[in-house]
Design a protein around this ligand. Structure first.
Ligand SMILES: Nc1ncnc2c1ncn2[C@@H]1O[C@H](COP(=O)(O)OP(=O)(O)OP(=O)(O)O)[C@@H](O)[C@H]1O
Length: 312
């Protein structure tokens, strides 16, 4: 479990992190989202004891990083994959990390295997592609078999295969019960990777909820219906639907679920060719939260107002 309590960091006139409080639960991938400069890296650095908070605390299982007796066994992190000595082999790099942290050297082979780098363990890390470097960084984070893992923008610059690998790997770690906290400014990627979201803007907390709730609260769910009897279908559902929009050869229905539309179609003996619930995207949710004239139906109202303030 990771916790931020009133976490604040000021660099001169810049308030990089402004009174952040949130908790990151185990067994889930939690996305830490925010635009560039929102304060994600600064928050992560404070969690890892690399920066001191101006006020408040960042806690790992109730302790600050510096209070942890065996930090690498409690928390592993991938901040910058390219900090490896270029002339060292992947194996030598991990061995050096293991020895300096009193972790058994046998663990090096294990983590190389886990991240799929066993075959290139003896090769110079300086010649690694970005994807391989990320894997090596992740192997380093896993060395102490920590319960808590922090990844700062892990998919930046990766190709689709690398992105998919990281996404699956994070899900696997969460399924093992680990606390996985991953920062990103890539919304579409996070909507696939993260089950929980912590959203910040200009150092302030904007929202904390499951990804599904976040999208659901900020976007409208609709159902797309295709039928050879569109106009009859429209008449049949018009009384119960809150809105019906035409789209090419389909209707997009708001305020009714697909089960009810199917029932009405059956009762009226109308053939359906498609009946598909349309989910909003994380991008849409963001647009909605930052929009000017949106009616909010949930407790995200306040969060939206804050987002509008901080993004102005
Ligand atoms: N060492 C520093 N000295 C001065 N200002 C800093 C320092 N580190 C960060 N900042 C400022 O603090 C704010 C937050 O930066 P931070 O890097 O934490 O954001 P971020 O959300 O990680 O952004 P990005 O996605 O661009 O990495 C920015 O305005 C940045 O310029």
């Amino acid at each position: 479990m990771i916790e931020a309590r009133g976490l604040t960091k000021r660099y001169g006139k810049t308030l990089a992190v402004n009174d952040l409080s949130f908790a990151v639960p185990p067994g889930r991938v939690t996305g830490f989202l925010g635009p560039n400069g929102a304060g994600k890296s600064t928050t992560m650095r404070m969690m890892l004891g690399l920066d001191n908070p101006t006020a408040g605390q960042a806690l790992i299982d109730g302790k600050t990083y510096r209070e942890l007796r065996h930090p690498l066994r409690k928390v592993g992190a991938l901040l910058d994959a390219k900090w490896v000595h270029p002339n060292r082999s992947a194996y030598a790099h991990l061995k050096w990390m293991a020895v300096s942290n009193r972790i058994p050297i046998s663990r090096v082979d294990e983590v190389l295997e886990v991240v799929g780098l066993s075959a290139v363990a003896g090769k110079r890390a300086g010649g690694f592609s970005l994807g391989m470097s990320q894997r090596l960084g992740i192997a380093g984070a896993l060395l102490g078999d920590p319960e808590v893992l922090l990844f700062d923008e892990p998919v930046n610059g990766l190709d689709p295969e690398g992105i998919l690998w990281i996404r699956r790997f994070m899900h696997r770690l969460a399924d093992e019960g680990k606390t996985v906290f991953v920062s990103s400014h890539l919304l579409s990627e996070m909507s696939l990777t993260a089950q929980e979201l912590i959203v910040i803007g200009r150092g302030k907390l904007i929202a904390q909820s499951s990804t599904e709730e976040f999208i659901h609260a900020a976007t409208e769910n609709t159902v797309k219906v295709r039928s050879p009897h569109l106009s009859k279908l429209r008449d049949a559902i018009a009384r119960e639907a809150s809105a019906i929009r035409d789209e090419a050869d389909a209707l997009v229905v708001s305020g009714m679920d697909s089960a009810r539309i199917g029932e009405i179609a059956a009762a009226n003996q109308l053939v359906l060719h498609e009946l598909s619930p349309q989910r909003g995207s994380l991008e849409e949710a963001f647009m909605q939260l930052t929009g000017d004239s949106v009616e909010y139906h949930t407790d995200l109202t306040e969060a939206a107002d804050q987002l509008m303030d901080v993004t102005r």
